[in-house]
Design a protein around this ligand. Sequence first.
Ligand SMILES: [Zn+2]
Length: 466
Amino acid sequence: MTLRVFNTLGRRLEDFAPREQEHVRLYTCGPTVYNVVHIGNLRTFLWEDVLRRHLLAKGWRVTQIMNLTDVDDKTIRGAAQAQMSLRDFTSKYADLFFRDIDRLGIQRAEGYPRATDHVAEMQEITAKLLERGNAYETEGSVYFRIATFPDYGKLSRIDLTQARRGDRVADDEYEKEDVKDFALWKAGKEGEPTWPSPWGPGRPGWHIECSAMSMKYLGAHFDLHTGAVDNIFPHHENEIAQSEAATGERFVDVWLHAEHLIVDGEKMAKSKGNFFTLEDVLARRNDAMAVRYLLLSVPYRRKLNFTFDALAGAAAAVDRLRSAAARIDEVASGGAKKPAAFPAAARAEKFALDFMAAMDDDLNTSEALGALFPYLRELNAAIDDGTLDAEGAAIAGAILRSADGVLGLLPAAAEVLPAEIEAQIAARLAARKRKDFTEADRIRNELAGKGIVLEDGPAGTRWKKA
Ligand SMILES: [Zn+2]
């Protein structure tokens, strides 16, 4: 089956295949580490996790790079207010970012490069753009001249008629109306952190960091670049301009953008009291997997309306999935051979096809979940009727786990020990019961040699890997 995705560049559904066989290169714009990310940011990061997992499920290898923006207008302001060094200040929020994505079961990317560790690479691109006449220097700052890049606006379809030659914008983030030359390098200001450069002390602009880090780790031309819709302009438009002007080749094949999250039908804003971090949400309902479910249940190109009622519904859905999976595992391990009236293999195959087809349809998670729950109902009914045998349950359990490789909602399966080791643990227990402690210790030492550590407690003997 072919994966089809909606490419913002060209605004159409396209078949996706990686440039290099079996290997997808994916760049996902990361957080600006100046505060705790809110659930709107997390919606984007979670969708990117589902995308990553689906690419893996299709059998591709994935190299995902996510930057940490640790120098820009906001981080500099925040560090000054907190009277901390920029590094200490941003490290604190980077740690909190990882705490939140771990709670949501978001798989780690292959790399999280920091902007401040790549200033040299940014200067290299800036120098090249100057050399090629795509940039100009003024008073210690360097700007990209958008008039030299005829394709400017191809991603965002921005209105270029307002652009006047020589108008400049120095802010890292600016409004749609500001179609102006943007800063690649900013002259240092009093009290701000600076780096030495051929243009005097200063710091990189925000946009250049993603060009520098993506091309360093993924190559000048790679497969997928994602972000939220508000990254389309100016951030991603500028990334394309500076990267393609510098290398002379296409930068990214497919651009994917996630829609906003709204709360109770309204845009999130601190002033409206509807602004939530993950911590805020978990304080009201301590169920990170319900949050995960809710955030992934709406396809990424649709606005997601976050409400606490919807979160309660999500918690119930996760419960249904988990209890069905547990029942299925129980039947599978029961080993009872019964007349298997339930067509387990055929139904598993149909479910797997429906699930993959939905995910291949521009990551339509709501359709994928729409295939999952009727299937769970059938399995539950078959267990109630006694028409699902152990073999059928094993098939159903395996197919559920593989779908959950994309959804990420089930707890990791309990680790199973090889039967021979289980037998040794049982033999040691028997030795202890008959007070043959020499034999019990001998077995314990033998297991330790195999990397299995035993802990005897009031509730019995537990094992763990050394
Ligand atoms: Zn970026």
